[in-house]
Write a protein that binds this ligand. Sequence first.
Ligand code: MG
Ligand code: FE
Length: 169
Amino acid sequence: MAAIRDTLIDYLRDAYAMEQQAISMIDRQLERLESYPDFTARLRQHRDETEHQVERLETALHRLGTDSSALKTMGAKLSANMQAMMNIFASDEVIKDLLASYTLEQWEIVNYKVLIQTAQAAGEVEIQRLAEESLREEEAMASWIDSQIPIITRSFLSRFEAGGQQAAR
Ligand code: MG
Ligand code: FE
């Protein structure tokens, strides 16, 4: 049980770093996107949800006796895989934003599903419940993005045709 509890703490820390990165990615997208009001509105909504997800992870870590001052530096710590993924998708193009956003949500979904099972194995029912709340938000965001892929792509193509790359932002 002690080993599972330590593993749970590790996964919570990874998720905390992941959510910090999610917020900074959303902020970069919101700075650049100009012509897709539905997308930016949904991103703003999900940014708020993400802040709550960070709070849930802080609550979970505190429950396991992790001191919050140690958490402040963790936002900078990020897995090499995640960093590589963000770099691949760094671009001015809304299509790349779709790729990055959808990929990030799938990444988050897997992380929360793993967290749920690990919390359950550790007997941490409250942490399991918190992870399930965040999972529902990630799944809703993923399915919203999925539904928008054809709409945003068509909009991008017609803007691109009319005015080039800059107009297509
Ligand atoms: Mg998230
Ligand atoms: Fe998310």
